[in-house]
Design a protein around this ligand. Structure first.
Ligand SMILES: Cc1ncc(COP(=O)(O)O)c(C=O)c1O
Length: 389
């Protein structure tokens, strides 16, 4: 019997060790990890430089609280804001918390504008977390059911459809648009190339905050530090987590432009946000997240997409995503229910399926050429088997 609340459908395996792109079970069997803890261990498991920083900091100072100056937090803030092109940051401990901070910023902004019933525009298929406000912003009805979600505070429109947002122009209650540059949990949906720019312009015209959830797409996942950097825009609010700590729980909400300076003393807080330990890890992660690693993520991601398309395109498989955030879209009607188990048990490959028929690949950004080849072999054989079944 387990004392854990049964909130997850867990696979019948637990891993005891991780190194680079591999996870190991208690018998020493190696599994090629194309999921990296759901886009978290972007530098691979137990990255030596990050682990060394953890060890050193664990022996030096772990936590003091935000009642005092935290030098590592200052440093992490500077590094992150510079890489992200933002001005100020608030550190928390997860993606949901970062997004909660963003949504509070939007409401605070509305309050300053004299709005009485602020609404935020969010998207179909969006995933923003599991706190009450972020689960309301999330689209999945199963995540929301029974929680008396705060539905009046949001307006939902189709993802990728800037005209649907434009149509809401002039609505005096709206204060912000909140969107993922690429939807991860919602099925690896990639919007049209000019989508973010169009949204940014609509926000400019209406004095709304343009807010991006880069919890999953950030920290190099798409081949740039942040996915929005593929377009010619800058958000007012930018959230991230996951890869930011390479496995250590840390999140960040950054501001620039219209959102800069909104929060002051007492506006927001977190006991554990930006500890010396967590902040040192952020610095170590960003030290290791070099241009070479970003370029590798771009290169290997393109190789994976191209190779899979060459092999399976004619059999109805299509590819989407950017960098190392990849969706393999299986033909409509393919039974993908056995896929995760088959990949794990027969091919020692860890993957995930989202949106019913999309194989989600989130490999390490620094995957070697040899491991990319191996991933392609394993995945190719797996898909072959599935399509022939
Ligand atoms: C885009 C996005 N936002 C928010 C979250 C929530 O992050 P966390 O689970 O760290 O609270 C996730 C997690 O999958 C996510 O993908």
């Amino acid at each position: 019997m387990s004392y854990l609340m049964p909130t997850y459908a867990r696979q019948p395996i637990s891993f005891v060790r991780g190194e680079g792109a591999y996870l190991y079970d208690d018998k020493g069997t190696a599994y090629l990890d194309a999921l990296t803890g759901i886009a978290v261990c972007g530098l691979g498991h137990c990255h030596p430089a990050v682990t060394a920083a953890m060890k050193d900091q664990a022996e030096t100072l772990i936590h003091t609280s935000n009642l005092f100056g935290v030098d590592w937090q200052e440093k992490a803030g500077e590094i992150l804001c510079q890489k992200a092109g933002m001005s100020q940051v608030f550190f928390g401990n997860s993606g949901a918390e970062a997004n909660e901070c963003a949504l509070k910023l939007a409401r605070f902004y509305a309050h300053k504008q004299g709005k009485r019933r602020p609404k935020v525009i969010v998207m179909d298929n969006a995933f923003h977390g599991r706190t009450l406000l972020t689960v309301t912003a999330t689209a999945n009805p199963k995540a929301r059911e029974g929680f008396f979600t705060l539905d009046d505070d949001f307006i939902r429109v189709p993802f990728g459809d800037a005209a649907a947002v434009q149509a809401l122009s002039g609505d005096a209650d709206i204060c912000a648009v909140f969107v993922e540059p690429i939807q991860g949990e919602g099925g690896l949906h990639t919007p049209p190339a000019d989508y973010l720019k169009a949204l940014a312009n609509i926000c400019d015209d209406n004095d709304w905050l343009f807010m991006l959830d880069e919890v999953q797409t950030g920290n190099g996942r798409t081949g740039k530090y942040f996915a929005y950097q593929h377009s010619d825009v800058r958000p007012d609010v930018l959230t991230t987590a996951k890869g930011l700590g390479n496995g250590f729980p840390v999140g960040a909400c950054m501001v620039a432009g219209r959102a800069e300076g909104l929060f002051g003393y007492g506006s927001h807080g977190s006991t554990y946000g930006g500890t010396p330990f967590g902040s040192r890890i952020v610095c170590a992660v960003y030290d290791a997240l070099t241009q070479e690693v970003l370029d590798n993520a771009k290169k290997q991601g393109e190789t994976i997409k191209r190779t899979m398309l060459e092999r399976f395109g004619e059999r109805g498989v299509s590819m989407r995503g950017l960098g190392m955030m990849i969706g393999v879209v299986m033909p409509e009607g393919t039974d993908c229910s056995r896929l995760v188990d088959l990949a794990r048990d027969k091919y020692q490959l860890i993957i995930n399926v989202t949106g019913g028929n999309v194989i989600r690949l989130l490999p390490a950004l620094n995957l070697s050429d040899a491991d990319t080849d191996l991933l392609l072999d394993k995945l190719g054989d797996l898909i072959d088997e599935l399509l022939c079944a």
